[in-house]
Design a protein. Structure first.
Lengths: 318, 446
């Protein structure tokens, strides 16, 4: 019996209480509240509140304070931190760099992710091995990938230069990183795309697996070409998965740090906004400004993600 | 009803305690600096030492433990991450190590923030000073906040074989002769790119500029932190122009735009790609260029008295020190370790005097004059006499009054703008102007 049923239950027939004890028992049962789910969830809730929500609230509050160990005490400064950020040329440059990272990264990882997912949609020999190999870049930390790729992009001794000169495509070694802004950002973002595309592929693949096979059968019977099937059935029905993949790509690219830091150092050519947060907080020791920039990055990430969901996500029913 | 209510309350209480214990455990930390009874106890203590290098040989650490009763847990963290860790731990008043790195460039900042114990509380720093010429680099307002554990200063290295191939029989002593010789090496086809400058936007570019400025006869900042390089005929301006012109005129490999001072720069020299590094690191000849496993130019590279304006110039010091963070759990034990780690005997052993079993990987040059003398006398330090002479006579701190507290932000302005000038995205004049604006802003406290 549920609590509601108990609440409305009539006392058992033939048991009219002379002293009301049976009714009292029913009323006690009516008041039972199931604590167990709340007890079980409490530790995790406290963990999340303690390690995520409280620090996030602290960040928001402190972003309106001057927090500099070299200039104590901490004091309220209103929007001063934000004002200084908007007047900082290094921040302006990083905004442009980060926008390019997002544009290149989200576009490439989504397109490649969809292509990989469509390829893996149907069973074939070696499919599971291929999935395992494709997922490998996702398992590697960004710093490790940066170090690996620095050996490929290196302008003096890199593998790519060596390959291109031995194939006579170029007659002398080229500078891929640091000289030209767009080329540098593209080269760095390729490394991150290599890392995040496997996750995009898996998310889209999961969506594709839900599409009933008889839709494809019907389409082929009706004479649809593979491209037409892809455009009219696969893509629309995979939109929920594609939207999630794009959101995770937006989050990853907007917060890029490891790859540009390892591959290009602190050079303004390709420094991202998250790198600026690091420099401001841990080199300048200006934590108030660092909090403010972190807050701005979070707000922008949220806004762009919501925009992507609005544009791409559609509910799908089979 | 009463028993049911009690049971529910009990379950909630247990869950609450379990949650709180999780949070307390995850938040716990911080040895605090005021445990006076703990400070006095050293024997039986366990300390954590965090540096950016591998530990001394196990036998050496075991011998230290046996003689003092102090157990050492060593953590190897790369330099950049270590600086972040030091700042994060100190700001959060959290313990992470009992002894850790103090870079010469951070002395001003760390001293102002009072993040490290004054070493004169634990060691006889006055008598150390006579044997450690670089100790003043770790002194701020009369307090010694760290003890240098190696001798690092910037030196010029040349591949004498490549110089000889180009017909250069007398080594240059002035910047003008040095530049002329490099152009001759290039013109004769001996080395396509004879000069090594690490133009990656990293600290090594800043220190290279400081060394070049000193060679041009100048300084970077005055005692008040004001820039000394703003006019086009100032040494610092000329040094920046010289460096940028070198890559524009093909004396420096174009790929050096992304080469940092550590692995990248040294590899180019060790593989004979370049003929000279104007601001190289002391000890590299014996520890890297003359080691067959890592070099193809064995016995070809030697130290050169750094060319200056009218003759040999100054060498800039950039030593590493070890100090005790305020959050250390056992500062007294840490001090004992530092005393042992920086002792003349230990330093000589680490550098190879007592054989390979006691060598500490990556340790090249003792911070003590007596240590360098011992290595030179035993013939185990290549170029030892020359290095010893430089250390005594020409090695000077970059900032005689000590690195300012705002040094990290200033250095970032230096290396990002010089890097941009080298890529051609800004002129040297604009780069110098941007650096000067940052120095003026920081020195005026805004």
């Amino acid at each position: 019996m549920t609590t509601f049923e108990l609440r409305n239950a009539e006392p058992p027939s033939g048991s009219t209480p002379a002293d009301g004890s049976a009714r009292t028992k029913v009323m006690r049962r009516h008041r039972r509240f199931d604590f167990l789910p709340y007890v079980l969830v409490t530790p995790l809730t406290l963990f999340i509140v303690g390690l995520a929500l409280i620090p996030a609230t602290f960040t928001v509050v402190q972003s309106f304070y001057r927090v500099q160990p070299l200039d104590p005490p901490n004091r309220f400064t209103g929007l001063n931190n934000f004002r200084r950020l908007f007047n900082d040329n290094a921040i302006h440059s990083s905004i442009g760099n980060t926008a390019l990272y997002v544009l290149i990264g989200v576009t490439l990882s989504t397109v490649l992710g969809i292509a990989m997912a469509v390829t893996l949609q149907h069973k074939f020999a070696g499919r599971s091995i291929l999935i395992a190999v494709l997922i490998l870049p996702w398992a590697l930390p960004g710093v490790v990938e940066g170090i690996v790729w620095s050996g490929i992009w290196d302008s003096n001794t890199g593998a790519l230069n060596s390959l291109l000169t031995s194939l006579h495509f170029i007659d002398h070694y080229q500078v891929f990183l640091g000289q030209h802004r767009i080329l540098t950002i593209a080269a760095i973002e390729l490394v991150q795309v290599w890392q995040i595309t496997p996750l995009s592929a898996l998310l889209v693949l999961a969506a594709l697996q839900n599409i009933p096979g008889d839709l494809y059968e019907a389409a082929y019977i009706d004479g649809c070409s593979p491209w037409s099937v892809f455009r009219r059935i696969t893509l629309p029905l995979a939109r929920p998965g594609i939207a999630i993949a794009m959101v995770q790509a937006v989050i990853a690219t907007l917060n890029i740090f490891d790859q540009p830091y390892v591959l290009n150092g602190a050079a303004p050519t390709a420094a991202s906004l998250t790198m600026q947060t690091y420099f401001i907080s841990f080199q300048n020791l200006d934590f108030g400004e660092g909090y403010a920039l972190s807050l701005l990055i979070t707000v922008v990430t949220l806004a762009v993600s919501l925009g992507v969901v609005k544009l791409v996500y559609r509910p799908v029913e089979f | 009803m009463i028993s049911l209510h009690k049971n529910l309350k009990g379950a909630a209480l247990v869950a609450g305690i379990a949650s709180l214990s999780l949070i307390v455990t995850s938040c716990s930390g911080g040895g605090g600096s005021s445990a006076t009874s703990a400070e006095a106890k050293t024997s039986g203590a366990t300390i954590t030492v965090a540096l950016f290098m591998d530990p001394p040989p196990k036998a050496s650490l075991a011998a230290f433990t046996k003689s003092t009763g102090i157990t050492v847990n060593w953590t190897n963290i790369d330099w950049d991450s270590l600086q972040t860790k030091i700042a994060a731990a100190a700001t959060a008043k959290t313990y992470f190590a009992d002894a850790t790195d103090v870079d010469w460039s951070r002395v001003g900042q760390l001293a102002k923030l009072d993040w490290f114990y004054p070493m004169e509380n634990y060691l006889d720093t006055k008598s150390l000073a006579t044997d450690m010429p670089q100790l003043p680099s770790f002194t701020s307002n009369g307090h010694v906040i760290a003890v240098p554990f190696d001798t690092s200063f910037l030196v010029t290295t040349v591949n004498k074989q490549l110089f000889a191939k180009a017909g250069i029989t007398t080594m240059p002593t002035t910047i003008a002769d040095y530049t002329k010789d490099l152009k001759q090496i290039k013109a004769k086809g001996v080395s396509v790119y004879p000069l090594n400058i690490p133009f990656a936007a990293a600290e090594g570019l800043s220190t290279y500029w400081y060394q070049t400025t000193a060679a041009f006869g100048g300084t970077i900042l005055n005692g008040a932190g004001k820039p000394q390089f703003t006019t086009s005929n100032s040494p610092g301006y000329k040094a920046a122009q010289w460096m940028v012109d070198a890559i524009k005129n093909g004396l420096v490999p174009p790929g050096n735009i992304n080469v940092a001072d550590s692995l990248g720069q040294q590899t180019l020299m060790a593989k004979g790609v370049v003929a000279s590094t104007f601001a190289d690191y002391s000890g590299n000849v014996g520890s890297l260029y003359d080691v067959p496993a890592s070099s193809t130019v064995v016995n070809q590279v030697e130290y050169l008295a750094t060319p200056g304006v009218n003759g040999p110039g100054i060498n800039m010091s950039n030593p590493d020190g070890i100090g005790i963070p305020r959050q250390a759990k056992n500062p007294a034990a840490a001090a004992k370790f530092i005393e042992w780690f920086t002792s003349a005997r230990s330093q000589a052993d680490f550098a190879g005097v007592s054989g390979p079993d006691k060598v500490m990987s990556g340790y090249f040059l003792p911070s003590r004059l007596t240590g360098i003398a011992e290595l030179t006398n035993k013939g185990t330090l290549i170029g030892g006499a020359q290095l010893s002479g430089m250390l005594k006579n020409s090695a000077k701190p970059v900032f005689p009054e000590g690195a300012p507290a705002w040094y990290p932000e200033f250095s970032r302005a230096v290396y990002t703008n010089l890097h941009s000038a080298a890529t051609g995205s800004m002129s040297v004049a604009n780069a110098i102007k941007a650096i000067a604006v940052t120095a003026n802003k920081l020195s005026s406290g805004s």
